[in-house]
Design a protein around this ligand. Structure first.
Ligand code: FES
Ligand code: FES
Length: 181
């Protein structure tokens, strides 16, 4: 339950706690602050992108308590007490996640703007369906738009990652690259 703090002008703010990529944070937010803005502006996790801010493009997708959400549609106060995973939390110990390896190997990105959201949507998809066929991948990513229209390679990238994960590879062998997906 968030603590409400009212300043001398009568403006209410809410003290919320979030565990983001395993790190606990306490943040003072306005009641109308969206999760995407708190991640980007308060926690400096700018891997999560803002596109439409209307829930249409999916570039802001993160995992909230394991479920994929479009963080531009979630009030930060709604996420109080939750676990959030962003694209910055995919790589482990300096090694890219299998999904990042898959996108890298299959050239699953062009400008890269949609990529963090695609990766997180794919992460949620593979958690619920480790062996998706092409149709399931396209269904799983249908809420994420790529303005470069690179869907074909994105599907191949997710298939590549699914194979890696089913072979027991959660992280790849490539070092995490600055700015890589
Ligand atoms: S920025 Fe959230 S869905 Fe487009
Ligand atoms: S790679 Fe450019 S928007 Fe998808």
């Amino acid at each position: 339950m968030s603590q409400v703090i009212t300043d001398k002008n009568g403006v209410k703010r809410y003290l919320i706690t979030l565990t983001v990529n395993g790190d606990a944070h306490t943040v003072l937010v306005k009641g109308n602050a969206m999760l995407v803005n708190v991640l980007r502006e308060e926690l400096n996790l700018t891997g999560t992108k803002k596109g439409c801010e209307l829930g249409d493009c999916g570039s802001c997708t993160v995992l909230l308590d394991g479920r994929t959400v479009k963080s531009c549609t979630v009030l930060a106060v709604q996420a109080d007490g939750s676990e959030v995973k962003t694209v910055e939390g995919l790589a482990t110990d300096g090694k890219l996640h299998a999904l990042q390896e898959g996108f890298w190997e299959e050239h699953g990105l062009q400008c890269g703007f949609c990529t963090p959201g695609m990766l997180m949507a794919a992460c949620g998809l593979l958690a619920s369906n480790p062996h998706p066929d092409e149709h399931a991948i396209r269904r799983g990513l249908e809420g994420n738009l790529c303005r470069c229209t690179g869907y074909h390679n994105i599907v191949k990238a997710v298939q590549n990652a699914a194979k890696r994960l089913s072979a027991g590879e959660s992280v790849g062998t490539s070092p995490a690259r600055r700015g890589a997906a």
